[in-house]
Design a protein around this ligand. Structure first.
Ligand SMILES: C[S@@+](CC[C@H](N)C(=O)[O-])C[C@H]1O[C@@H](n2cnc3c(N)ncnc32)[C@H](O)[C@@H]1O
Length: 504
């Protein structure tokens, strides 16, 4: 057993014990929804708050199993249970989730309830702590083991745990009820649906993680009832005490859908991405690349006055500008050193010597950018830049804000407006075209289809992936304006074909 220092333990082992009141509320909810287990399993039981709450809520259960990696927690859980009269046979032991034989541990009399709160920690956090609290087969450096399961390289270890438990419970009369991040619940369900793990009924109940655990994370109770009559729906409840779901998300046509009702009604409006949706320009160095114009001078994020030519400067809008509709003027400027991601930046020296000197002066900051997208590219490179960045008109939407506000954005001070990488946009040739596209995107049909895909609690709810599902020609057809759309789209395709072959 490794020696675990106290300070590291909380972070490394996601050691946030569930408050007694919350554990009891979860068990009350399970009891009210008809859960009546013969066996109860708490896979990372900590000091035993869920064990005790479930012994109280389900006095007629016969078996109780608890496992935790921390021996002191197991000792505390043991003494708590000893103080409370109960009839269950109890198996509490110290063990590592990742090496435990869960096939045996869930080989108990059914119905089985697996309940608890697995550690909330990501592989990135574990990496920075130098921790190995990971599944044995998961090669942490390249995530081979986990990739094999989820196809993703960035993960919460609780996601791995939940998926593993669901796989062990498949075909049994069992319920899994676990507190976790809402994003983890969604990914776990998505995996189960995709891989046809038989879930008969799934529900997600939001909890207030700030109040319960003092952390600003979207969190929930995920409840999965195993069963042969598989359903690809999950009811979402606003709280543990809500009687009705706010909506139902699920899995349709091999994709995760945020509102199955909206999806079923409007899925026929999906199709071809008639205009290419893009994110704004990524540079990862706002202190140097983003300036503010104050009269005739510029200042940068380092507080310096900057004297450079306007040649490579473009008016820039951020998510907040786009979300609030402040899109007609701006004093923000972005230094865009390339017209395409491959363009050699040395040409700046001849065209704009002061800009070149400015970039050289701050070269160390720019060279330090960690992202691999800048490797093997010209010095001072940016990403997400191409002829589309310089189109005169655009339709833009903030990726971060929790609203569907599409904006027409035109040139500012005679130059095309660019966006930072928190915005999404399509490029157009005229104001007419941009206004027409916004009228399509603002229609109830398009809005409803988008709502079918937007998970509002995600860090970046509105992504290019979501936007590209809408077929604007089909929306135009539904609105009776297809001929007008064809005019624009025909023209745009002719132009954008030429555009996209350059730097896309
Ligand atoms: C979020 S706490 C929750 C504890 C308990 N389930 C509760 O709800 O109060 C996570 C627990 O997971 C335990 N843990 C972390 N990594 C583990 C592992 N690899 N195997 C078993 N337990 C682990 C920690 O010691 C901690 O008690």
């Amino acid at each position: 057993m490794r020696v675990i220092t106290k300070s590291k333990r909380r972070a490394e082992f996601g050691d946030f014990q569930t408050p007694v009141g919350l554990a009891e509320a979860v068990c009350r909810l399970l009891l009210a929804s008809g859960v009546n287990p013969a066996s109860i399993v708490e896979p990372t039981c900590g000091i035993g708050n869920f064990l005790l709450a479930s012994v109280k809520a389900f006095p007629r259960s016969a078996h109780l199993v608890g496992v935790d990696i921390n021996p002191q927690h197991i000792a505390t859980a043991n003494s708590k249970l000893e103080e409370f009269p109960h009839r269950q046979t109890v198996d509490l032991h110290c063990g590592d989730f990742f090496t435990s034989r869960w096939d045996r541990l869930v080989g108990l009399p059914e119905p089985i309830l697996v309940v608890g709160n697995p550690p909330w920690v990501t592989n990135a956090q574990l990496g920075s702590l130098g921790s190995e609290n990971l599944p044995a087969k998961s090669n942490f450096q390249n995530h081979a083991g986990f990739d094999a399961i989820t196809g993703k390289s960035n993960f919460d270890i609780s996601e791995w745990m939940l998926i593993h438990l669901l796989e062990q419970l498949e075909g049994k009369q069992a319920t899994l009820a676990m507190l976790c991040k809402t994003a983890v619940a969604r990914k776990t369900l998505s995996y189960a649906w995709k891989n046809e793990i038989g879930l008969q009924r799934s529900s997600v109940y939001r909890i207030d993680a700030a109040e319960q655990f003092g952390v600003a994370v979207d969190a929930c109770l995920l409840v999965c009832e195993m069963g042969r009559q598989a359903s690809h729906d999950c009811r979402l409840f606003a709280s543990l005490t809500s009687k009705r779901p706010t909506h139902v998300f699920g899995y349709r046509d091999k994709q995760l859908v945020a509102e199955v009702g909206a999806y079923d009604a409007w899925k026929h409006l999906q199709g071809v991405e008639r205009y290419r949706w893009r994110s704004g320009i990524k540079h990862d160095c706002s202190a140097v690349m983003e300036l503010r114009r104050l009269g005739e001078v510029y200042t940068n994020g380092l507080g310096e006055r900057v004297a450079i030519e306007p040649t490579f400067l473009y008016p820039m809008l951020k998510s907040s500008d786009v979300a609030t509709g402040q899109t007609a003027t701006t004093e923000r400027r972005m230094l865009v050193p390339q017209a395409t991601i491959a363009e050699d930046t040395r040409q700046i020296e001849a065209k704009a010597p002061m800009t070149w000197a400015y970039l050289q002066k701050h070269g160390r900051l720019l060279d330090r950018r960690g992202s691999s997208i800048y490797k093997k590219r010209p010095r001072f490179s940016v990403f997400g830049v191409g002829p589309y960045s310089f189109a005169p008109w655009k339709v833009a939407i903030s990726g971060f804000y929790k609203s569907l506000n599409f904006r027409v954005v035109g040139p500012i001070d005679g130059k095309p407006t660019v966006f930072d990488d928190t915005c999404n946009f399509i490029s157009c040739q005229s104001r007419d075209e941009a206004e027409f596209l916004v009228s399509l995107l603002d229609s109830p049909q398009a809005t409803d289809l988008l709502k079918a895909f937007v998970f509002w609690d995600a860090k970046r709810p509105i992504t290019v992936d979501v936007l590209r599902r809408i077929d604007l020609l089909k929306v135009a057809e539904a609105l009776g304006v297809r001929p007008r759309a064809e005019e624009f789209i025909g023209e745009s395709i002719a132009k954008t074909d030429a555009l996209f072959t350059v730097g896309a």
